[in-house]
Design a protein around this ligand. Structure first.
Ligand SMILES: *[C@@H]1O[C@H](CO)[C@@H](O)[C@H](O)[C@H]1NC(C)=O
Ligand SMILES: *[C@@H]1O[C@H](CO)[C@@H](O)[C@H](O)[C@H]1NC(C)=O
Ligand SMILES: *[C@@H]1O[C@H](CO)[C@@H](O)[C@H](O)[C@H]1NC(C)=O
Ligand SMILES: *[C@@H]1O[C@H](CO)[C@@H](O)[C@H](O)[C@H]1NC(C)=O
Ligand SMILES: *[C@@H]1O[C@H](CO)[C@@H](O)[C@H](O)[C@H]1NC(C)=O
Ligand SMILES: *[C@@H]1O[C@H](CO)[C@@H](O)[C@H](O)[C@H]1NC(C)=O
Ligand SMILES: *[C@@H]1O[C@H](CO)[C@@H](O)[C@H](O)[C@H]1NC(C)=O
Ligand SMILES: *[C@@H]1O[C@H](CO)[C@@H](O)[C@H](O)[C@H]1NC(C)=O
Ligand SMILES: *[C@@H]1O[C@H](CO)[C@@H](O)[C@H](O)[C@H]1NC(C)=O
Ligand SMILES: *[C@@H]1O[C@H](CO)[C@@H](O)[C@H](O)[C@H]1NC(C)=O
Ligand SMILES: *[C@@H]1O[C@H](CO)[C@@H](O)[C@H](O)[C@H]1NC(C)=O
Length: 524
């Protein structure tokens, strides 16, 4: 039976194999593969463009070859070309009339070459492409002057990649002809300054400035931008222009991995949905306002535009409305900061917040009653703080009917509101590891308790109670529950009696590491 089954499988596999490898049956000209109107000549040791491919090709891929020059007539036989890709060659120069017969070219990938050598001639060639839409110039050792020359008159370009070059500052000329620019990738340059660079780019929606050297971003007023990524810089301040009445289109702002001390001063009207602020040094300082101890401290900070002071920005540090419009926010990532409390009304200003990550901060108390988290809250991570007190009224907890993932691990909790988890009707996963919270042996009667009765949490699937100093779990502790994950590791000398057996139908992962439990018979 088994052998028969095996041969049947082989017979069935062979025709499949033929189906999956059709490439070899296509013609290979000049070591290129032709597939419909695409010629694939990647990694063929080519030092020039093959001259005798089909005249009809629309896409030509020449990545990973050794082409150093695109000569004046090398593309003349391919008038239908719309996509040309020359990434990872040694390209130094595109001769001025190389594209004389390439009127339909829309996408040109020149990533990872040496265009810094022949950028002037190459610029003349690019100017002759009336339909150029996507241009990749990443990793070409270009500085800002070379870039400006290459981009001159490229009015049709919508997608531009300049990542991995040597651009230091953006002035008002560099993108001034790119009226249709929608997406600009400037990652991994050495940028430290932007001076009125985007005045012509009214359609710019996505801007990536990650991994540069910006010390601050002030006077932000790009109202049409939808995604701004300025992660991995040295940004101390992010300040939007406060005097604009327009609604900013900004939906995603990534300022993670910077040096922010203050919450960014966001636009006063926006559609911001995702705000990434992890790995900064951020806290709130409202408690310093009107504090006599600090009356002589500076309460405003001014930023001077290096050129002619055209755009000085003054910010009053303690002003609440500088937090900006958070009314559309869904995701707030504050991992790895120094947040010790929330200013009054801060959480309430985010009625659509569904994911809040505060892992690794300095919170000591969390008051669900006063903060009034949104009913949309789905995931709350307050692990690795200094929480020793959680306050929550029944109303406040009942309102959190969407809360599904709750991580409280690695805090200093040794008591909790007794019904904290049981009132969260949608709760699936709780991590309370490394706190001193027990599993109740008898139902607690007080409103706060040193133990939790998990049987009260109906939908719970994943429960993590590592290192909670639990000694005894009663036989009935999990009866009626349908946990799939249970972690009780690092509870030294734990006595689990017959509690786990109650979970045999559902349990998939059980952690008992470092508990001295030697053997466990599962089914009763
Ligand atoms: C293409 O040109 C090469 C030499 O450059 C030649 O060997 C080959 O036969 C030509 N192929 C066709 C189809 O003309
Ligand atoms: C090309 O740009 C130059 C200056 O950068 C300008 O003088 C010229 O008018 C532009 N040409 C076109 C056709 O836009
Ligand atoms: C820009 O180019 C870099 C390197 O070539 C690449 O990693 C990145 O994904 C590109 N950006 C976009 C938006 O395609
Ligand atoms: C911002 O860019 C960094 C670096 O490329 C990337 O890791 C991160 O995911 C981007 N952020 C967003 C929100 O896309
Ligand atoms: C914004 O609106 C206010 C009041 O409606 C007005 O006084 C102010 O001039 C407007 N600012 C701009 C830049 O339009
Ligand atoms: C003023 O600051 C000091 C030191 O941080 C603090 O102890 C005090 O409570 C503050 N006073 C007020 C009124 O916030
Ligand atoms: C503030 O500065 C004034 C003048 O320099 C000084 O007389 C006063 O004592 C200072 N106040 C505090 C609270 O340090
Ligand atoms: C900006 O500040 C500088 C220095 O204080 C000042 O000379 C300049 O006039 C200010 N410019 C504006 C537009 O306020
Ligand atoms: C929590 O907030 C409520 C309502 O604002 C307040 O009455 C209570 O004292 C607060 N609890 C703590 C511990 O701050
Ligand atoms: C609950 O959270 C999920 C995941 O974020 C979201 O898709 C859903 O819309 C939320 N439900 C409510 C009622 O807010
Ligand atoms: C809770 O947070 C801790 C520390 O931040 C992390 O190690 C753990 O994996 C998280 N728990 C869950 C269930 O995701």
């Amino acid at each position: 039976m088994q052998i028969q089954g095996f041969t049947a499988l082989l017979v069935w596999l062979l025709p499949m194999w033929r189906l999956l490898t059709p490439v070899t049956s296509h013609p290979t000209v000049n070591r290129c593969q032709l597939m419909q109107n695409t010629a694939v000549c990647n990694q063929r040791q080519l030092s020039s463009v093959p001259p005798n491919l089909s005249q009809n090709i629309e896409e030509l891929q020449l990545n990973y070859n050794h082409i150093t020059t695109l000569t004046d007539d090398c593309l003349i036989h391919y008038p239908a070309l719309t996509t040309l890709s020359l990434a990872c060659n040694e390209l130094q120069t595109i001769q001025p009339t190389a594209f004389q017969n390439s009127q339909f070219l829309t996408s040109l990938n020149l990533a990872n070459n040496n265009l810094y050598v022949g950028y002037q001639d190459s610029s003349e060639a690019l100017k002759t492409l009336p339909m150029l839409n996507a241009l990749d110039l990443s990793e070409n050792k270009l500085d800002e002057e070379m870039t400006a020359v290459l981009l001159e008159n490229l009015t049709s370009v919508e997608y531009l990649n300049l990542s991995g070059n040597l651009v230091q500052r953006l002035d008002e000329n560099i993108f001034s002809h790119l009226y249709h620019l929608k997406e600009l990738d400037l990652q991994r340059n050495v940028l430290f300054e932007i001076d009125n660079a985007f005045h012509s780019n009214r359609k710019l929606e996505r801007l990536n400035l990650a991994f540069n050297n910006f010390p601050c971003l002030t006077d932000f007023h790009m109202t049409e931008l939808v995604v701004l990524n300025a992660s991995y810089n040295f940004i101390d301040w992010f300040i939007s222009r406060q005097d604009l009445n327009e609604t900013f289109q900004l939906e995603t702002l990534d300022l993670s991995h910077n040096n922010l001390l203050f919450f960014p001063f966001l636009p006063s009207r926006s559609h911001l949905q995702n705000l990434y602020l992890s790995n900064n040094r951020l806290n709130f300082y409202q408690h310093l306002e009107d504090n006599v101890t600090y009356t002589n401290m500076t309460t405003t900070v001014e930023f001077y535009n290096l050129k002619n002071h055209a755009a000085n920005v003054t910010a009053e540090l303690w002003k609440e409305d500088l937090h900006g419009d958070l009314s559309s926010l869904q995701l707030l990532d504050l991992r790895g900061n120094r947040v010790s409390y929330f200013p009054q009304g801060f959480i309430r200003s985010m009625p659509h917040l569904s994911r809040l990550n505060l892992c690794i901060n300095c919170l000591e108390t969390l008051n669900f009653t006063s903060e009034r988290f949104s009913g949309a809250l789905y995931e709350l991570d307050v692990s690795q703080n200094r929480l020793n007190h959680i306050q929550a009224s029944e109303d406040a907890l009942t309102a959190l009917s969407n809360l599904t993932y709750f991580n409280l691990s690695q805090n200093n909790l040794n008591f909790l509101p007794t019904r904290l988890f049981s009132l969260l009707s949608n709760l699936r996963s709780v991590d309370l590891s490394f706190n001193s919270i027990n599993i109740c042996l008898v139902k607690p009667t007080n409103t706060v308790s040193h133990c939790i009765d998990w049987k009260d949490v109906p939908k719970l699937k994943q429960l993590y109670l590592k290192g909670c100093n639990i000694k005894t779990i009663s036989s009935s502790a999990f009866s009626g529950m349908s946990l799939t994950h249970l972690d009780l590791s690092d509870n030294l000398g734990l006595n689990i009696e017959k509690s786990i057996q109650k979970l045999w139908r559902t349990l998939q992962h059980l952690g008992l590491g470092n508990t001295n439990i030697q053997d466990l018979t599962f089914r009763t």
